[in-house]
Write a protein that binds this ligand. Structure first.
Ligand SMILES: [Zn+2]
Length: 111
């Protein structure tokens, strides 16, 4: 068994981590692909800038995804048609510095 919090390994009959006080997980789940820590790099007031940003990132081999605000996602409405609708742009944390540099001009323009 394995503690997802402190990464300690325990014998199979132990069910929770005495240090973190949380349930242990099966050790074999460790073989899943490395977990990516996604962070919000920017927020755009509409899909146009968000798509431009995504394209810039794609050109530089930086993975990204966008997420609209709750309303536009729930009702499947294009964020552009919603007053105040915003699109958040997420990238893996490891690309933060590079992405900030690439999107600097675009983000300033959007503000
Ligand atoms: Zn622990």
């Amino acid at each position: 068994m394995f503690c997802p919090e402190c990464k300690s390994e325990y014998l199979n009959h132990i069910k929770s981590c005495p240090d973190c006080n949380i349930s242990l997980v099966e050790t074999n789940t460790m073989s899943e692909p490395q977990k990516i820590n996604w962070i919000k790099i920017a927020e755009f007031s509409g899909t146009v800038y968000a798509e431009m940003a995504e394209n810039i990132l794609k050109d530089n081999d930086i993975p990204s995804y966008t997420k609209g605000d709750f309303l536009s996602t729930a009702y499947n409405i294009n964020a552009l048609t919603l007053p105040g609708g915003s699109v958040k742009l997420y990238i893996p944390e490891s690309f933060q510095a590079q992405a900030e540099d690439l999107l600097k001009n675009l983000i300033e323009e959007n503000e």
